[in-house]
Design a protein around this ligand. Structure first.
Ligand code: 4AD
Ligand code: MG
Length: 463
């Protein structure tokens, strides 16, 4: 007998098939007429499959009538057209096999509604809820869309290292990787002697694959990395994780405006793939999480992103009459209240801010002719704020070296990065998209911890 997913079994085309489905019981309801309704979910779709379990089943009294939320089953039967609302099919069971029971008194998801905070404590069970099932499918769709987009555009996927000796963002927010015994650290001249550590030098978990990505872009043309990144920043916000996934395309011969155009096409492609492949899940988010999400995505796909120099953004913020908690003046790093004003009040959609002050951006961004700004761009969206950060890279050896010194980095540590500028340097650009930020934006989930399977944040790494 055909083993099929519940997604396939719910399709009207499946009517008449004899099939076998496997999953977890969501609910059981006994009819007075002497049979039971079971709602089964297997993760393939938001909707459950309704199963009619007749009293003739050999284990009807002994097992079927004891089934409840959380039990796992294999059910064989015939798919019939359903008279019920909101479902095309139902399964008339001919055999029900129970694999695992879930004690109704103890099973945490027995109760229908839990807060997302509470569900975080049950990261092993929350994928069985409607919301996390939907998040999981959307996240998967975004991942597929990212690879499809870049592969179709001729980008090569490069696996950059997770353990690294260099701090890409120069922000000193790295987790150390060491095999030294913290109880017994080898010392030299009063300092820890990392020459005796595993790699013979201090090493860390990467904050970004960009620098290694640039190496490959400066040979292969267009590449992208897609991997986990780690930041030891102590920010307990709804938009920060200590471990998150980042996609980083890097393109030789692209200037900042080419970069912006790519970023905009890329985001629109992700949104349209999700609307097409995950419509049922998106309708769920629209109904239960954030009633603006589908309208927002549709509007964004149909309009151009605003492109705004940082200096003009500051002028807008200074003269808008809004009372901000953090005062605005040229040179500041924008706070989320400023970003939200621009995307939600002023432009009502995504804004690409560019040409930021050199002092607040990393060493690798190309210095503009004005000497005080760099070719940076951030893509800001309503509610979430920054989802993409990128730039045109500094391709001039002398300016790059000077910028490193200005930011207290030792050029000798980055000799290989500098050599890309020494041998056949090219103008090039790239950006980084935070996977969780984009999933958060699409779904409307308020907290970034609820769009990643196992969130790592300060003080939290239970699973
Ligand atoms: O702006 P960021 O720090 O840029 C870079 O790392 C560059 N090296 C990217 C590049 O040009 N190749 O980070 C890029 C994106 C942000 O826009 C945001 O979406 C996400 O990564 N991000 C985070 N997401 C979750 N938690 C955090 N702590 C994040 N920090 C950055
Ligand atoms: Mg950034």
């Amino acid at each position: 007998m055909d083993r099929i997913s519940i997604k396939a079994a719910r399709d009207a085309a499946a009517v008449g098939k004899h099939a076998c489905i496997q999953g977890w019981v969501r609910t059981r309801r006994d009819s007075k007429a002497g049979f039971s309704f079971l709602e089964i979910n297997d993760g393939s779709s938001l909707g459950n499959l309704q199963v009619i379990a007749p009293a003739e089943l050999s284990n009807y009294e002994s097992e079927v009538k004891r089934l409840g939320s959380g039990c796992s089953v294999t059910i064989e039967g015939e798919l019939k057209e359903s008279g019920g609302k909101g479902q095309a099919t139902e399964l008339l069971a001919s055999a029900v096999q129970v694999h695992g029971w879930a004690d109704a008194e103890e099973y945490p998801l027995q109760k229908k509604r839990h807060t997302f905070e509470k569900l975080r404590e049950w990261a092993h069970l929350r994928p069985r809820t409607n919301t996390f099932g939907a998040v999981t499918r959307v996240r998967n769709c975004v991942t597929r869309s990212i690879h499809n987009f870049f592969q179709e555009e001729g980008f090569l996927n490069i696996h950059t290292p997770i353990i690294t000796a260099s701090d890409c963002e120069g922000a000193g927010q790295m987790f150390r990787v060491s095999t030294l015994d913290p109880q017994n650290l080898p010392k030299k001249d009063g300092h820890v002697d990392y020459a005796l550590d595993f790699f013979g030098k201090p090493t860390y978990l990467t904050v970004s694959g960009q620098l290694e990505g640039e190496i490959f872009a400066c040979a292969m043309g267009k590449i992208y990395t897609f991997g986990p990144t780690f930041r030891a920043e102590n920010s307990n916000t709804s938009r920060h994780l200590a471990e998150f996934w980042m996609v980083e395309p890097e393109m030789a011969f692209y200037d900042l405006f080419d970069n912006m155009t790519l970023a905009e096409r890329f985001l629109k492609r992700i949104f349209s793939d999700v609307m097409e492949d995950c419509l049922e899940d998106m309708q769920f988010f629209d109904e239960h999480i954030d009633s603006t999400t589908i309208a927002t995505l549709s509007q964004i796909m149909a309009s151009d992103f605003v492109r705004l120099p940082y200096t003009e953004a500051i002028e807008i913020l200074e003269s808008c009459g809004e009372k901000f908690e953090y005062p605005v003046k040229w040179g500041i790093d924008l706070q989320s209240e400023h970003e939200r004003y621009l995307t939600e009040q002023k432009f009502k959609g995504p804004v690409i801010l560019y040409d930021y002050p050199r002092a607040i951006k990393p060493f690798y961004m190309r210095v503009n002719d004005d000497g005080r700004t760099v070719r940076a761009m951030d893509v800001l969206v309503p509610k979430v704020g920054e989802i993409i950060g990128g730039s045109q890279r500094e391709e001039r050896l002398d300016v790059l070296t000077e910028r490193m010194i200005e930011q207290h980095l030792n050029p000798a540590d980055y000799w290989w990065y500098l050599e890309l500028r020494k041998y056949g340097t090219v103008p090039h650009s790239g950006f980084g998209l935070g996977l969780e930020r984009v999933v958060q934006f699409i779904t409307g989930m308020a907290n970034i911890r609820d769009v990643i399977p196992f969130p790592r944040t300060p003080g939290n790494a239970e699973f």
